[in-house]
Every structure is written in C-alpha cells, then in structure tokens.
Design a protein around this ligand. Structure first.
Ligand code: PSU
Ligand code: MN
Length: 312
C-alpha cells in the first residue's frame, strides 16, 4: 500500500469520499498538453465549477514531486498550466518512474483512471479519450487509455471520439475488451468537435440515474473495467463537420511529414487544429469539457445515492 503522502488526497476530497458524497475526477494532461496557457488554467477552474454546480466535489489529479495528488489546489493548477508541456505526460507506463524520480507529471485518461480508482472515485470527466490512431495498422499507435478502460472500474464522461482517431477501429477495440460505449441523450457517437460521427452507440442513456444504475450493476457483478459515456458538444458550440475534418486531415499529413510519433501525436494535433481554426477548436474544446463536467457531476450525484438492485 502507498502511504498517505504518496497518495495525497486533499482534505475536501477525502471528506467527501469518507461521507459517501459525490466526487468527480478530472485529468491534468488536458491542462499541460491539451490547451495553451492561460486558457488551460481558466478552463480547469471553470470545469471544477461545473462539477460543483452539479452538486459534486471536483478532484483534479496530477503528480507533483512524485506524489499522487487527488484534488489539486488552485495554485497547483496554475503551476502545472504554466509549465505546460515541460511537465511529463504520464500514462500507466510512466507512473513508477516519475514517482521514483520525484518529478511532476500530468496524468492522461489512463493514469487518471488508475489514481481515481485508488482513491475510490468512480466518475471521471474529460474532453476526449485516446484511441486507435488513423494508420494504426502500420504504426500500432493505440492509446493506453483503451487498455485502461478494459480493466479499471471508472466511468469516463467524454465528448465521444475525435476524428483525428480511427473511430471505427476504436469502437471495435472497445467492443473486444467489453467496454460499453453509451450515448448520453443520443443514439449516435459524438465526434468531439461535432455532435455525430455517423457511428451508432451501443446503448443510449437519457438520465444520470440510468448511468448510475448501469455502473452499480456492472461492478457489483464483478465485470471489471470502465464505461464510456459519450456526451455530444452543445449544439451552439459545435464546429462545421466538413471544415474541421479538412483541418484534421491537413494536421495529420503534417504530423506524418514531420515524423511525429508516440506520445507527441495527440498534443501536436490539438495545437495544430487550434492554430488552423484560429482558436475556434479550442473554444469548442473548452465548452465541451465544461458540459461533460456537468453531466459527470450529475452522474456522481446519482451514483452516490446508493446501490444497485442486485446488491440489496
Ligand atoms: N484528447 C483531447 N485532449 C487531450 C487528450 C485527448 O481532446 O488533452 C489527452 C488525454 O489526456 C488522453 C491523452 O488521455 O491525450 C491521450 O494521449 P495518447 O493518444 O498519447 O494516448
Ligand atoms: Mn499513442
């Protein structure tokens, strides 16, 4: 077991967890590598507010000086946001090294899920999850986020799957690993900047209570692993599909020409797309994360109400 300073849960978050109150985990790679300073820090604060407005306690997760931090303080978010890409982007494989070396690390969806589960947090909000990259049949670039979803018991609320990824293959991978993909108030999978990827979701859910029931039953039965809750970006903030897909195609071509690979790909693509849309993709990204945080807060509230019919 890790000692209290290694898994460092802030007083507020610990009190909420001890009292069985709703808590929502938030990741930090989106702050350090996903958005530029100072928008990243403003967004992180707004996302925490959205969780609070829904009646839950936010817990932004990162590694500071080798300690796993659950519930960053405002000055810690500021610090991470300013350091940006100088902070190490940490997925599952990176955790023990960054901790042993007492470094700072921003946690991806995979690493945030691991730490959230260790702390006893079951609901997590983010923008987009990693997936099977386009061209993965050559590059083998498949995000460790998918493997984490296969095995760690956390519901991940996101805006669907970005079309920088191979959406169809990402869905196939999730299906193979038994990870359900539910559309929140939609029958089709959202594609991050746009509301509809053209792919169907496995299940449509219309309320937070329905999601909480599924979480309880799945985990009470011992069916390990995550659940993807895909929430479409609010209509008024969605980007034009043809335009954004054109920009994405160009960004991917540039990435290939520059031979950018591995963990650099997602940050590179996000930054390029923001540049090429004169910041409109960034605005859309900010709005969809806030919206996901609100939905995650509502799910956490329902989940905290109690057990599934199976365990009564
Ligand atoms: N998608 C976004 N913004 C992000 C990320 C994904 O729209 O910031 C981050 C998340 O932290 C996710 C990670 O877990 O990128 C995936 O990286 P990779 O593709 O290297 O696994
Ligand atoms: Mn990758």
């Amino acid at each position: 077991m890790l000692d209290k300073s290694t898994l460092d849960i802030t007083t507020k978050v610990a009190a909420a967890l001890d009292a069985g109150k709703p808590v929502v985990a938030l990741e930090s790679t989106i702050i350090s590598h996903g958005m530029p300073y100072p928008k990243n820090v403003e967004t992180a604060a707004a996302v925490e507010d959205a969780v609070r407005d829904a009646g839950a306690t936010p817990a932004t997760i990162a590694i500071l000086g080798g300690h796993l931090k659950v519930g960053l303080l405002a000055d810690e978010i500021q610090y991470l946001g300013k350091k940006g890409a100088q902070v190490i982007k940490c997925s599952r494989r990176d955790l023990p090294f960054v901790m042993a070396r007492k470094q700072d690390g921003a946690t991806t969806v995979a690493a945030t899920m691991i730490i959230a589960a260790m702390a006893g947090i079951r609901v997590f909000a983010t923008g987009g999850i990693g997936g099977v990259h386009r061209g993965a049949e050559e590059t083998m670039d498949i995000s460790a986020d998918l493997e984490e979803l296969a095995s760690t018991d956390v519901a991940v609320v996101c805006a669907g799957i970005k079309s920088v990824l191979d959406i169809g293959r990402t869905l196939e991978y999730l299906e193979t690993h038994g990870v359900p993909v539910a559309g929140f108030q939609t029958d089709t999978l959202p594609a991050f900047y746009t509301r509809d990827s053209g792919f169907a979701v496995d299940y449509r859910v219309d309320t937070a209570a329905e999601v909480a029931a599924v979480m309880n039953i799945k985990w009470d039965m011992g069916l390990r692993g995550g659940i993807v809750i895909a929430v479409p970006i609010p209509e008024e903030h969605a980007l034009d599909e043809d335009e954004i897909n054109g920009v994405i195609d160009e960004a991917i071509a540039e990435m290939q020409a520059r031979k950018i690979t591995g963990k650099e790909t997602t940050p590179f693509l996000l930054a390029r797309i923001a540049e090429r849309t004169a910041g409109r993709s960034l605005e859309a990204n900010i709005e969809l994360v806030k919206n996901n945080a609100r939905v995650a807060g509502e799910i956490a509230v329902e989940f905290s109400r109690g057990r599934s019919p199976l365990s009564r």
